[in-house]
Design a protein around this ligand. Structure first.
Ligand code: RB5
Length: 155
């Protein structure tokens, strides 16, 4: 099975804070309508919460191999990225354009997509999600480079 098929067959885990609650709901609706299964760790309203709680939950699930792909959303995407990238085997990519989303897969094998709801609109965010899920990792020299830093993360 090619990586593109794997992404479409396995569940995606998604989490957000209050700033990105509406965007998370839009992404869930979009992905469900395209046949993806999405597991949502919250938050479930626009009431103020602490973004690290949701980043930690998603990053732990990716780090343990329980999900192959995750999506994290907050106001800027910055806080979620900082937290998620502290976890072993997590390669979280903050992408606000299609080119970065595509390259984060081709070259960096990103397993978590991060976006900021206060930075981009819903239409672009949905296109970024689609591109990110459908783009395979190129491997080879890019795997060599990932191997050079993956071990730096503590257990
Ligand atoms: C919440 O106000 C905001 O700080 C959060 O969504 C995010 O942008 C943090 O990085």
């Amino acid at each position: 099975m090619c990586e593109q098929d794997q992404a479409s067959k396995s569940s995606i885990v998604i989490g957000c804070d209050h700033a990105a609650y509406k965007l998370k709901e839009a992404i869930k609706f979009y992905l469900n309508s395209r046949g993806y299964k999405v597991d949502d760790v919250g938050t479930n309203s626009e009431n103020s919460v602490h973004y690290p709680e949701f980043a930690i939950e998603v990053a732990k699930l990716i780090s343990k191999g329980q999900y192959g792909r995750g999506i994290l959303l907050c106001g800027t995407g910055l806080g979620m990225s900082m937290v998620a990238n502290r976890f072993k085997k997590v390669r979280a990519a903050l992408c606000h354009d299609i080119f970065s989303a595509r390259l984060s897969r081709l070259h960096n094998n990103a397993n978590v997509l991060v976006m900021g709801s206060r930075v981009i609109g819903e239409g672009l965010a949905l296109e970024i999600v689609a591109t990110w899920l459908e783009t395979p990792f190129e491997g080879e020299r890019h795997q060599v480079r990932i191997d050079m830093f993956d071990h730096l993360q503590p257990d």
